[in-house]
Write a protein that binds this ligand. Structure first.
Ligand SMILES: [Fe+2]
Ligand SMILES: [Fe+2]
Length: 120
């Protein structure tokens, strides 16, 4: 699979996950908006029929983990965001301003795993 397809599907999943987390923890709504913008960025490069299946699958996973509580959400969020950061660092040139901005935002999402999700 090429890196643009992986990024496209990864961001579709990240968008679903953040939306699912926000079911109980509204602090994820901001991350959701940013993931959606990452998804849109890659949609201008590449499209796939798998985007929406992946989005809905991760939406469900996000809702279920949000029902399980803060520890589950923080754990899954940490795995997802560390994975995203690692992926961009390994596969994309850091000289693109768009990728720099995306990376910066992924670090912001990762920080949600290290704070109280209940305060806004
Ligand atoms: Fe993202
Ligand atoms: Fe993210």
């Amino acid at each position: 699979m090429d890196k643009h397809l992986l990024a496209l599907l990864g961001e579709a999943g990240a968008t679903g996950l953040a939306k699912g987390f926000s079911f109980r923890y509204k602090v994820f709504l901001h991350a959701y908006e940013e993931e959606k913008s990452h998804w849109n960025y890659f949609r201008n490069i590449r499209r796939s029929v798998l985007e929406f299946p992946v989005f809905y699958l991760f939406l469900l996973i996000g809702i279920l983990s949000s029902l399980m509580g803060e520890r589950a959400v923080k754990y899954l969020n940490k795995k997802a965001e560390e994975g995203a950061i690692d992926f961009y660092k390994k596969n994309f040139e850091p000289n693109s301003p768009e990728i720099m901005e995306i990376l910066k935002q992924e670090f912001g999402h990762l920080s949600l795993s290290y704070r109280d999700l209940r305060d806004k």
